[in-house]
Design a protein around this ligand. Structure first.
Ligand SMILES: [Zn+2]
Length: 219
């Protein structure tokens, strides 16, 4: 741990993302009281099928104390939660990601939403996961169209229509033979991730592996 990190830990003691108590072990992503009660997903349950992707992996189900923690991260702009969330996500790829040729990217916010929110929560997760796994994190996609929040759309067909055509590849995103990890905070229908995965495939990606903090039940 660097001196800077140590000083920051003293000034702003890291808190458990789920109960917001100060962590006795500041590098732990979650406190020992919350850990056993979290809705962990194991084995096949941690994987969801997403069109155009080679699987979508998530360490947690979107229930219990998870929605509140994600909400604090996204809407209360508690950026510090990016680090513990990434520490929960990164191990999820272990044994599932082929070696080598890897890049990590994210499903980006629109410019309008980015201005409102001040940061892109999926980008921060991707950069932290990339740091932990030693995979370069790069912006590859843009959100061209401001869409209705997916969470307000009940039907999966409405979610698909909403996500389709909303994203585009950034120019110069040549991905021939690359394996791309695609990060978002929560997967619900998978419509956003599959729209992004299709574009990454078009750019030549050999594999696309989605990674999210949590998996919500699809409507
Ligand atoms: Zn806790």
């Amino acid at each position: 741990m660097s001196v800077r990190e140590r000083v920051l830990d003293l000034l702003f003691p890291p808190k458990c993302p789920f109960c917001q108590k100060i962590l006795a072990e500041p590098r732990a992503p979650v406190c020992p009281e919350c850990r056993p009660g979290l809705p962990w997903l194991e084995g096949a349950a941690a994987e969801r099928q997403v069109d155009f992707a080679d699987g979508c992996f998530s360490p947690l189900a979107y229930r219990g104390s998870v929605p509140g923690a994600v909400h604090r991260y996204k809407f209360s702009r508690v950026r510090a939660l990016g680090r513990p969330f990434a520490a929960l996500m990164a191990p999820c790829l272990s044994g599932r990601l082929p070696e080598g040729g890897g890049l990590i990217t994210w499903a980006p916010l629109s410019k309008k939403r980015l201005r409102e929110r001040g940061f892109d929560q999926a980008e921060l997760l991707a950069r932290e996961v990339g740091r932990l796994l030693d995979i370069p994190a790069l912006p590859l996609l843009e959100k061209k169209r401001h869409t209705a929040p997916q969470s307000e759309l009940e039907e999966s067909s409405a979610r698909r229509a909403n996500a389709q055509g909303a994203y585009a590849l950034l120019s110069g995103a040549g991905l021939t033979g690359k394996r791309v990890v695609l990060v978002d905070d929560v997967v619900t229908s998978g419509a956003t991730l599959s729209a992004c995965a299709a574009l990454l495939r078009q750019a030549g990606a050999e594999g696309v592996y989605c990674l999210t903090l949590a998996q919500a039940r699809s409507h």
